[in-house]
Write a protein that binds this ligand. Structure first.
Ligand code: ZN
Length: 340
């Protein structure tokens, strides 16, 4: 090899090194580039038929979901992500079609954007649902934790608890259709806040506030793609729990459901007792609290307390299963804050 050949090879190697360094830098600075991201604004086109998903002054959940998703889509596309939207208008799209869009586009992540409603108008905090069991849906838990942290830190102006919960908690016989039929793609349903809270409903009407929420999702999605992705193991490959039935949507809006926190507090005192009758009452109150508001931030703890009560009552098998349910269907907030 002569001198000029050697020189040419050295220049070639240098160019390759520079190209790969800049590609690497681009990737770490812009982790969503080239990713296929499926955004699903929940519901749509139900103004004539649905009087449940609506705030005190008439703002509809489906409208808020769409506004946030459209802003988020623009943010992601600006960074070179390929965004698949399950709807871009106020129109109905059935759940299977939405899941199919995520699957057929081979999306890298699936984010279903919702807002929540409940009987208690004072309640406002984020809930994030993953599908199935925590020990199997590792990627779902990964996204849920990152999103909860970002919503807590940059969407809420005050300290707020968050619920990270399996969708089997609200639909005990199979979870949500949308996450079930897209299972395998790392995905979650995000419910950033409650439109049944009057002050929150007013904020949610504002474009700037929708943008703040979209920004929290944007940061979370970027953070997720900067980390090493965890896996989604086959459902029920490790564990299968029996259903624990919650009240369904309309029942959760009635007056008994309003006692969810009082029931928990009363039970928490009774759990300390050794009297048989007190323990039985504690169990009843915990069950009622869990059925009234199965996805509250104290629900995981309520299952733990129920396990304690059942153990004291000598019902060991039921106690073990309550404990397992708390671990698989609830990521307890204490765990979350310890990791931060
Ligand atoms: Zn919804």
């Amino acid at each position: 090899m002569n001198k000029s050949q050697l020189h040419a090879i050295m220049v070639f190697v240098a160019i390759i090194v520079i190209i790969s360094i800049s590609a690497c830098k681009e990737n770490s600075e812009n982790p969503v580039k080239g990713k296929v991201i499926c955004l699903d604004p929940g519901h749509g086109g139900t103004a004539e038929t649905d009087s449940f998903r609506i705030g005190p002054t008439g703002e509809r959940e489906e409208w808020i979901n769409l506004r946030v998703a459209l802003i988020l889509a623009e943010m992601l596309e600006d960074k070179g992500a390929e965004v698949v939207m399950t709807r871009t208008d106020d129109m109905p799209v059935d759940l299977s079609t939405r899941a199919e869009m995520a699957v057929s586009s081979q999306s890298d992540i699936f984010i279903s954007i919702h807002h929540n409603g409940t009987a208690d108008p004072g309640v406002n905090f984020p809930i994030i649902y993953y599908h199935g069991n925590a020990s199997e849906n590792l990627a779902g838990i990964q996204i849920a934790k990152i999103l909860a942290k970002n919503l807590q830190e940059s969407f809420y102006a005050y300290d707020v608890p968050a619920s990270l919960i399996s969708d089997f908690v609200i639909f005990p016989f199979g979870g949500t259709r949308i996450l079930r039929e897209s299972y395998g793609i790392p995905g979650i349903i995000g419910e950033a806040s409650f439109f049944t809270n009057a002050e929150e409903e007013q904020r949610l009407k504002e474009e700037q506030y929708n943008r703040k929420e979209a920004q929290a999702y944007f940061k979370a999605i970027n953070e997720y793609f900067s980390q090493e992705a965890k896996r989604v193991l086959p459902k029920f490959s490790k564990i299968k729990l029996l259903p624990f039935e919650a009240f369904q949507e309309e029942e959760r809006m009635d007056s008994i459901a309003l006692l969810w926190h009082d029931d928990f507090e009363r039970a928490a005192l009774l759990v300390k007792s050794d009297k048989h009758d007190s323990l039985l009452l504690a169990e009843q109150l915990l069950i009622r609290s869990l059925r009234s508001f199965p996805d509250s931030w104290i629900a995981g703890e309520a299952h733990l307390k129920r396990s304690e009560v059942l153990r004291k009552l000598g019902r060991i098998e039921e106690a073990d299963s309550a404990l397992l349910r708390a671990k698989e269907h609830y990521i307890l907030i204490d765990n979350l804050s310890q990791e931060r």
